[in-house]
Design a protein around this ligand. Sequence first.
Ligand code: ZN
Length: 234
Amino acid sequence: MNPKKLNPKLLWMQFEDVLAPRLGLTVFDRAVYSHLLRHSLVVGKLRLQFSVMSVAAKLGLSNGPVRQAVRRLDELGALRLLERSKTGHLVEMRLPQNIRATRLHKNGASMPAGVEAAGDAGEPPASTLESTDFLKTWALRKAIHDRERGACFYCLRRTPANVKCLDHVVPRARFGRNSYRNLVSCCIECNTRKGDRPAPDFLRTLYRQGRLTPAELDTRLRALTDLAAGKLRP
Ligand SMILES: [Zn+2]
């Protein structure tokens, strides 16, 4: 990463005109992304370690919205969460031009003229369901949420918009893909508690804690198998 290569004008335009609207970023997402970028790529660092509490304090927000924004930015590919522990988060930041979802339009067109980074040839649009990256657009992410019909894939509780998120069944750290076979809609609590554990182990924990009945555990385990087999299409 060469900080001299950063063009602030271009970066600002990409952020305001392309990234934020195309990913549907909330004001919290914008504030957190800007803040993290300022302390990483803008000063020539690819990675950044921080605590949610300190970022929240600097932005004048409470911890919850900041934590959610970090999770959402990770889901959207605006950053990559490398580690999450009691001491803090370690993330790798991406510039707007390197965020996959911003590079493609529905018709396959990439960044608008003047905004596109030199040498970025873009990627061909995914032509089949199997090769589709379901984190790429708001509509694709919504398709996964719709498939679960407003219930958490793991604990089956209702998932209002403020607690709903997408979870990689096989975590990205273990090379899980952004495929409809590996993404589920779930509540934030399950997403956080599951962490990097294998999904069947997590379901059995929910069962032991009385959060799932024996019959529900059975259907959830079967749903996991069906998901991986491509039987749960969005
Ligand atoms: Zn849940």
